[in-house]
Design a protein around this ligand. Structure first.
Ligand SMILES: NC(=O)c1ccc[n+]([C@@H]2O[C@H](COP(=O)([O-])OP(=O)(O)OC[C@H]3O[C@@H](n4cnc5c(N)ncnc54)[C@H](OP(=O)(O)O)[C@@H]3O)[C@@H](O)[C@H]2O)c1
Length: 343
């Protein structure tokens, strides 16, 4: 059972954040509209969920756009696709009880009618309810699974991480440290650099906007990087590839720095780096690893429980904050996991 459940009401109408314009690049507030409709009724086999925390994720840029992605784009005029934490207020589905807290595909809206297949995880762990959308949401799951399954670090390894001061990155630094590795973080402002070192388990961190971090790695990682956990792509990835150790692993988890995929961006050619350094470069999508979610939950909750994993949250109050939230996320304004409380 979650340890901290905030107040939530049951409003008589359903406010929805709709995608009204196909974004070019990062979704802007004007790409969304808010309407209000009757609370939907669940049909046979469905549940009615009252959302409490809406998740804001960089992946929403891809879901909203028509750019190459791993899922169909969100329908124009429909509610914005999003993960959320909510409570079941009516259930017509076997095995899902009213009053249960869930994390799943409930969209940016007050209420969602969904089939149980929309549930990603039950929010039952003894952590605050909001943390089910961050620590045990796709951010924590991704940090743990992408690092351990694809990065495969061993004690003593040096692990470089981009977006180190954000939700995923803040967990990766601590998990790497907990596994006996030396993590080095890259982030976009000095306050986040300080948080990386003081709070998120990094042995060192650099502001990629102002520091010559690639040169500094010659001292920080004289034998090269064993793992690069890449969330940004682009020039930071190009530079990191040239600092990899022989046999290093590159985890392609995100591409936040790429402004547009159409036309395909070009840059330095890196195949020679991959060949000469015998790199393994793997793409990660968290939903390919559902079978490992339980193991990830256990590790994350265990470390949280014994004080070896902390998290930060950046929670806006009110659904009207959702339309500008993806833009703010890409601008690096968030301090920890970005959520919108709508309870
Ligand atoms: N593959 C998967 O299954 C999966 C699942 C979850 C998340 N992810 C990826 O993990 C990454 C982090 O996600 P998150 O939810 O934890 O978000 P986050 O790190 O809390 O927020 C996104 C951060 O990206 C950084 N950023 C934005 N534009 C950038 C640029 N041009 N160059 C460098 N950094 C830039 C900003 O931090 P700075 O202030 O440091 O610039 C911003 O705060 C994203 O790339 C996301 O797509 C992947």
């Amino acid at each position: 059972m979650p340890t901290d459940i905030p107040a939530y009401g049951l409003p008589p109408r359903n406010r929805r954040v709709l995608l009204v314009r196909r974004p070019a690049g990062v979704p802007q507030p004007e790409d969304f509209g808010i309407d209000e409709v009757a609370v939907p009724e669940p049909g046979p086999g469905e549940i009615l969920v009252r959302n409490i925390y809406l998740s804001v994720d960089p992946a929403q840029r891809g879901w909203a756009s028509a750019e190459a992605n791993y899922s169909a784009p969100v329908a124009l005029g429909g509610p914005m696709r999003a993960l959320a934490v909510g409570v079941v207020v009516r259930s017509r589905a076997e095995g899902v009880k009213e009053g249960a807290f869930l994390y799943g595909w409930f969209g940016w809206q007050d209420y969602a009618v969904v089939a149980p297949t929309a549930i990603v995880q039950r929010a039952e762990a003894a952590i605050p309810l909001s943390a089910h959308a961050g620590l045990l949401g796709i951010n924590g799951l991704t940090a743990y699974l992408a690092l351990t399954e694809l990065g495969r670090p061993v004690a003593g390894d040096t692990v470089l991480v981009s977006t180190a001061g954000g939700a995923v990155g803040s967990y990766v630094g601590q998990i790497a440290r907990n596994l006996g590795c030396r993590a080095i973080g890259l982030t976009g402002d000095d306050a986040k650099v300080a948080a990386c070192v003081e709070r998120y388990g990094y042995a060192g961190a650099y502001n990629y906007r102002t520091a010559d971090w690639a040169a500094a790695l010659a001292d920080d990682a004289p034998k090269g990087l064993d793992v690069y956990f890449d969330n940004v792509g682009g020039p930071i990835l190009d530079a990191a590839l040239r600092r990899m150790a022989v046999g290093g692993r590159v985890v392609q988890c995100g591409t936040a720095s790429i402004a547009s995929w159409v036309p395909a961006p070009t840059g330095p050619r890196s195949e020679r780096e991959v060949l000469t350094r015998r790199l393994v470069w793997s793409g990660f999508v968290v939903f390919d690893h559902v079978a490992r979610f339980e193991a990830a939950n256990a590790a994350l909750v265990g470390w949280y429980g014994d004080g070896r994993l902390v998290y930060d949250e950046d929670i806006a109050d009110g659904i009207e904050h959702a339309p500008g939230a993806i833009k703010a996320l890409y601008a690096g304004e968030n301090r920890g996991k970005k959520l919108v409380y709508v309870g």
